[in-house]
Design a protein around this ligand. Sequence first.
Ligand SMILES: Cc1cc2nc3c(=O)[nH]c(=O)nc-3n(C[C@H](O)[C@H](O)[C@H](O)COP(=O)(O)OP(=O)(O)OC[C@H]3O[C@@H](n4cnc5c(N)ncnc54)[C@H](O)[C@@H]3O)c2cc1C
Length: 330
Amino acid sequence: MADVFLAIAEHEEGKIRRASLEALALARRLAAERGGRAAAAVLAAEPAPLAEELARRGADEVFALAGTALEPYTPDAYRLALAPLIRELSPEWVLMAHTYLAQDMLPTLAAGFGAPVISDCVDCETDADPVVFVRTPYDAKFVARTVDRGPAPRFATLQSGAFSADDLPDDHSGTVTRRDVAVDEGALRRRVIEVREAGGRGVDLSSAEIIVAGGRGLGSKENFDKLVGGLAKALGAAIGASRPVVDSEWLPHEHQIGSSGQIVSPRLYVALGISGAIQHMVGMRGSQVIVSINKDKDAPIFNESTYGIVGDVTEVVPELIKAVEEARSQ
Ligand SMILES: Cc1cc2nc3c(=O)[nH]c(=O)nc-3n(C[C@H](O)[C@H](O)[C@H](O)COP(=O)(O)OP(=O)(O)OC[C@H]3O[C@@H](n4cnc5c(N)ncnc54)[C@H](O)[C@@H]3O)c2cc1C
């Protein structure tokens, strides 16, 4: 039987999460380069449309695990639903985005197979034997090239934005196999009693397409709201921040980007008055285009920026807002 590379997909509001499509992209790359097939699994009460999306986006074979116990998510239900599938397929690699869900569930699932999880990988040497996964632990102070010398199944999670899903097809015709999963309620140690929005300002920055982020260089909450808020509104962007902004209580912690905040990978990241400390960079360097505005021409953030503007945010940003508004009104 051909080798299987299995991506476990997460979904949100009826769509596969972008980071899970990135896991599928790596499964496809491994299958193409090492020989085998790219499979995907999705779990939901009614997974059919999600499974079809995965089959269209490049999975050769999709397993649609269906069951009312699978929504809302609990680690026990996911583990009990996935373990038999993984036992049956014995995938060379089981891949997931490095999300809260994966961190919650995958280690227990892997431990059931006596396997470790290589977590938060930023690169994969697909042609090495065995396959090497690259991690950057301790706020990217080290590069750890990691292999799993154990037998299949092996497990890895991927940092959001590290693997591009841009080249996935939209017209693939993978097969979909539905499996009804009956989970014994008594086996679920954790129950979700209620799901509440995390306040009106809650944002999931990890799936934002455009982020405008501000740092200490904004100088005050008033400037932050006016300049970061103004540019974000003009661009239709989500708002992010460096840690000093959160520490100063200009914004709640959920907006913090970096090693102790969120990891983001938007198409466009605009950094205003942010110096580019490593703890911030590890959270946003997966962005496709980085535009930075800083008055210090030697600020480290310019080393990783696609475009850099040396200037004072209080002068440059109002002009930028005006230009974006004009361009959008045409
Ligand atoms: C364990 C640990 C975890 C951490 N986690 C995080 C994290 O998750 N996220 C995070 O962001 N940080 C984190 N930090 C903090 C990090 O080390 C930096 O201190 C922080 O990122 C700096 O934020 P900043 O760039 O906004 O501020 P600064 O480093 O002070 O930079 C401000 C920048 O603004 C520029 N500037 C000033 N005035 C203007 C102006 N008028 N116009 C234009 N530019 C101007 C300056 O030239 C400077 O480059 C962590 C630190 C530790 C020790």
